[in-house]
Design a protein around this ligand. Structure first.
Ligand SMILES: Cc1cc2nc3c(=O)[nH]c(=O)nc-3n(C[C@H](O)[C@H](O)[C@H](O)COP(=O)(O)OP(=O)(O)OC[C@H]3O[C@@H](n4cnc5c(N)ncnc54)[C@H](O)[C@@H]3O)c2cc1C
Length: 399
């Protein structure tokens, strides 16, 4: 069995990479260990409306609800409101992630991609250190699939990068442990994604409430693994729900547990190999959102593959067009947000309350970065010292 490209994983990163490669005339196979694309769902299902501009997904079947923006609550309950454009990677739509993933896979198939379900990649085929494809297990059969390029789109637990000799190990301080209920029988009258911060609420992370309809929402928590212990995410989430009069009456129709990398990206290109999506650690380290980067990065990866196959060159230098592309698109943002994440970890609840108090009346759409900093320190001058490193990072990132 021989393809131009074999992609391990049919998540958003794998399907979008596959589609854009196939649209350039490349023969693509996806192998997926699950029995159904996108199932089980492991996601808060929030995504920025930026994706409307990218033309990567058709129709609206995957949209559960349209959001007006985000509300961020500090530990003492002070609320800061952001419009959808300002609210980062997770606010714009709340989606049905299973339908979303299946829609992306369907578009890849329409472009000519083949998918093998129930097929687990168990290793790389190498010849004199050169990657030549993947070994897979499908039910009781084990066989090899040859390819000029292998793409690791195998998510947070990615093995493809490790098998290729890339250090993909995540330190506990770079991993969020998450739990989430989809709660029904609650009231979601406002079209806002809510985020709750605080050391007692979610150490090193936050609780989110993302409405999926009038009476149903994803209520989840992410806490930093370095500040966590076994079972803690679920315990804190249960406590949060118990203390919230609206959520307390809810009954779960889904529970999930999973993890999110909040590190810097890893090396994403070797001879005959690319890593995309969570496997590449392309997640926003502050919010833990990865979907938009899967779509943006997947498109760049697919187009790079198209070019490489056209030229029949599969070396690291040719494929590094992909790394240059994603660094330009969102690399600086991830780097900056990683530094911000590290700084925010040192902020105690009192500082978070002061920040929220300074920001609660700011109209973000009308204010410049400098105006924002002025607003921050105007009410609480002591914040100036704490925010100095943040200001330096922002001006260096020039974004
Ligand atoms: C609790 C939680 C909440 C989240 N909330 C949000 C959110 O609201 N917004 C947002 O933007 N992001 C969110 N994320 C992150 C987002 O889900 C990921 O960034 C996204 O799923 C990454 O997509 P991917 O295609 O890289 O990997 P995945 O979607 O994880 O897909 C990887 C695929 O590879 C397959 N696979 C793995 N190993 C093998 C193998 N050996 N052989 C064959 N197949 C294999 C898997 O079965 C899977 O289908 C959340 C994550 C979690 C855990």
């Amino acid at each position: 069995m021989k393809y131009d490209v074999v992609i391990v994983g049919s998540g958003p990163a794998g399907s979008v990479t596959a589609r854009f490669a196939a649209e350039s005339g490349v023969k693509v196979l996806i192998v997926e260990r699950r029995k159904e694309v996108g199932v089980p769902v492991l996601c808060g299902e929030g995504i920025s409306r930026k994706i409307d501009e990218w033309n990567v997904i058709e129709g609206t079947r995957w949209i559960a609800s349209n959001m007006d923006g985000a509300r961020i609550y500090s530990p003492d309950g002070t609320m800061v409101k952001l419009g959808a454009e300002m609210a980062g990677n997770e606010t714009g739509y709340v989606i049905y992630r299973d339908i979303f993933d299946q829609e992306l896979a369907r578009q890849a198939i329409k472009a000519g991609v083949k998918i093998m379900m129930n097929t687990n990649a168990t290793g790389l085929i190498k010849e004199k250190d050169r990657i030549k494809g993947v070994r897979v297990k499908q039910f009781d059969d084990e066989f090899e699939i040859e390819a000029d390029i292998v793409v690791g789109a195998d998510g947070v637990e990615s093995k493809i990068g490790k098998w290729a000799g890339i250090n993909t190990t995540l330190k506990p301080k770079d991993l969020e442990t998450c739990a989430q209920y989809t709660l029904s029988n609650i009231e979601c009258n406002d079209a806002y994604c809510d985020f709750y911060l605080g050391k007692e609420i979610a150490p090193g992370g936050y609780v989110w409430v993302f409405p999926k309809g009038k009476d149903v929402a994803n209520v989840g928590i992410g806490i930093l693994a370095s500040l966590s212990e076994s079972g803690m995410a679920k315990k804190l989430l249960d406590k949060f729900i118990e203390n919230n009069s609206n959520l307390k009456s809810g009954e779960p129709i889904r529970f999930l547990a999973g993890s999110v990398p909040v590190s810097n990206p890893v090396e994403t290109v070797r001879d005959n190999l690319l890593l995309v999506g969570d496997a590449a650690r392309h997640v926003d380290p502050i919010t833990g959102g990865g979907l938009t980067h899967c779509l943006e990065g997947g498109k760049i990866a697919g187009e790079t593959i198209g070019d490489a196959v056209d030229r029949q060159q599969f070396d690291q230098e040719t494929l590094s067009q992909y790394e240059i592309g994603w660094k330009e698109a969102f690399g600086r943002k991830i780097k900056r947000n990683y530094m911000v994440k590290e700084l925010l970890l040192d902020f105690d609840d009192k500082t978070l309350n002061m920040l929220a108090d300074s920001l609660k009346d700011v109209k973000f759409e009308e204010v410049s970065t400098l105006g924002l900093v002025k607003a921050l320190v105007f009410k609480h001058p002591t914040l100036l010292m704490k925010l100095k490193p943040l200001m330096k990072i922002s001006s260096e990132a020039k974004e």
